[in-house]
Design a protein around this ligand. Structure first.
Ligand SMILES: C[S@@+](CC[C@H](N)C(=O)[O-])C[C@H]1O[C@@H](n2cnc3c(N)ncnc32)[C@H](O)[C@@H]1O
Length: 293
């Protein structure tokens, strides 16, 4: 799922990492905003389970890092009583979308700001819980971000990272063009400094950074994953993937391969026995670092 978010411009140099939303153009931006909203909304039941199990409590001060359109930040804000949450994203367009989503709700415990994960405009030891969903796969220097997270987390504060690992995506019957597409854009994402196999590495990153009580778990999302007893269905599952729409203005090969994969995947909808699934990696750790010592 993760690499399907990336822009295909392999010559990006100005900004690091493999997700450069503000370089997507026109319709692609709109489609991507809608897809991120959809992805957050359809998986919200699972999200709540993830925060609860990671140790989020209603009085915490939370940072949603790489918050995108802010749907998840908003859901976390609703679960807080005296706590509060700030969503940070480096894309001004994303932050504007997040602010627009929440304007009508007039939520007093939720704010958004533009910022980079490597240099946050937040005081040291100011957060109890840092959440980073589908961000780390795009970071060229994950350790720099982890150092900054350690700075803003209080001692004993919790980090919870949710991300993908490409090898944990499967379709039955197999769709060879999806494999071809994934292999191709894996290379592109790696050239841009991202890592579509980041899931399996996150626990090690936290260990190296000095976090404690590290635990990696994997939630399997399937085409029969259900919300309130209703199955997601294969069509909804496929809608979670962008199939390279974001490549249209970047890399035409990737876009062509993506469109082929999408067309082939949609043929599965005609097969009553077709099934699909992917593994979502969830990695938790506790901050031991005391800033300034
Ligand atoms: C795939 S989107 C995920 C958004 C959101 N967390 C979600 O789950 O819907 C990745 C987001 O991370 C942001 N991003 C990428 N690199 C970043 C960085 N170094 N610092 C802050 N935000 C970053 C992008 O602008 C984008 O909004």
């Amino acid at each position: 799922m993760g690499v399907l978010f990336s822009s295909g411009d392999t010559k990006m140099t100005q900004t690091k990492g493999s997700y450069q939303f503000d370089r997507f153009q026109g319709d692609i931006q709109t489609q991507e905003l809608q897809r991120l909203d959809y992805q957050s909304q359809i998986l919200q039941g699972l999200e709540q389970k993830i925060w609860r199990e990671a140790g989020l409590t209603p009085t915490m001060r939370v940072l949603d890092l790489g918050c995108g359109t802010g749907i998840i930040s908003q859901a976390i804000a609703q679960s807080l009583t005296t706590g509060s949450i700030v969503g940070v994203d480096r894309s001004p367009t994303m932050v504007r979308a997040a602010q627009n989503h929440t304007r009508e709700q007039k939520m007093t415990n939720l704010t958004f700001q533009v910022g980079s994960s490597e240099k946050l405009d937040l005081p040291s030891s100011s957060c109890d819980f840092v959440y980073a969903r589908l961000l780390f796969q795009h970071l060229s220097e994950p350790q720099a971000t982890l150092r900054e997270i350690q700075r803003v987390l209080k001692p004993g504060g919790i980090i919870c990272i949710v991300d993908v690992d490409n090898d944990w995506t499967m379709f039955h019957p197999p769709v060879p063009s999806i494999n071809t597409f994934q292999q191709y854009i894996t290379q592109i994402q790696q050239q841009q400094g991202g890592d579509p196999q980041v899931g399996r590495k996150l626990g090690g990153y936290l260990t190296t950074a000095g976090f404690a009580q590290i635990r990696t778990s994997i939630e399997i999302i399937t085409s029969d994953y259900g919300q309130e007893g209703k199955g997601m269905g294969l069509r909804a599952f496929l809608d979670l993937f962008s199939f390279g729409a974001a490549f249209e203005h970047g890399n035409s090969d990737a876009f062509t391969l993506g469109m082929q994969a999408k067309a082939d995947a949609s043929k599965l909808l005609e097969l009553p026995y077709a099934w699909a699934g992917f593994g979502l990696f969830i990695v938790k750790g506790v901050n031991l670092a005391v800033v300034g010592i």
